[in-house]
Design a protein around this ligand. Structure first.
Ligand SMILES: Cc1cc2nc3c(=O)[nH]c(=O)nc-3n(C[C@H](O)[C@H](O)[C@H](O)COP(=O)(O)O)c2cc1C
Length: 200
């Protein structure tokens, strides 16, 4: 599937075939592509939890106001990010570059993020959101549908997945074989209302 088709055909699907099993190889293929997404300073803040345990899935559905896609989907991903990824062995993010590049990038990372709590948090959301979009497009290309979700109790889900204290949850994504089509698009704004040239 070409990229234009994937973007046009991706819709938020709410009902999945609960019998369908996504193989580990498929999940790995999906996630190997997710981690090719861009991140500031290549920090790769994202951490992804796939929830396989049926009891946990049910608990998360209960914390999502009963949205059935949480248990019906073949794959439930919790898209998280590490607020302190910038200072956790940052040399890993540039290890394959020449020494002079590392000597420039590592102090730059430290300068940019030290005491910049808003920046640390914003970057987590930027990076993990870009990965989330790639996951949904990649899933489409693999013959799957998806739905991004933030309709859940973040504190409860954090408890269920044992979210570390210095991580955040961005969103969840459900992925599977669709049982019913998404409803027609609900009302896209016209391009000229959202796309401007040079200034607002
Ligand atoms: C951050 C985010 C959170 C969302 N949360 C939910 C959700 O909890 N449940 C749901 O059914 N759809 C959810 N959606 C899907 C939106 O309703 C959907 O993206 C929007 O209506 C546009 O439709 P489309 O994705 O099919 O183009 C969410 C979408 C985003 C981007």
């Amino acid at each position: 599937m070409d990229i234009k088709q994937a973007i046009t055909d991706r819709r938020s699907v709410k009902h999945f075939d609960s019998e369908h099993v996504m193989t580990d190889a498929e999940v790995n293929e999906l996630m190997e592509h997710a981690i090719l997404s861009p991140t500031a300073f290549n920090i790769q803040h994202w951490r992804f939890i796939q929830v396989k345990d049926k009891q946990k899935r049910q608990q998360i559905q209960d914390a999502s106001w009963g949205q059935t896609q949480v248990t019906e989907s073949s794959l439930l991903l919790i898209i998280c990010a590490d607020l302190n990824a910038w200072e956790k062995q940052p040399e890993r993010y540039w290890r394959e570059t020449p020494q002079q590049v590392q000597d420039f990038m590592l102090p730059s990372i430290e300068r940019y993020y030290t005491n910049h709590h808003q920046g640390q948090r914003d970057e987590c959301f930027r990076s993990s959101s870009l990965a989330a979009m790639n996951i949904m497009l990649m899933a489409k290309g693999m013959g799957y549908d998806s739905c991004p979700m933030d309709g859940f109790d973040f504190d409860k889900v954090a408890e269920i997945i044992k979210l570390p204290h210095d991580h955040i949850i961005n969103m969840m994504i459900t992925i599977g074989k669709k049982k019913t089509d998404a409803r027609p698009r609900s009302g896209q704004l016209p391009l000229n209302e959202v796309f401007m040239t040079d200034s607002f």
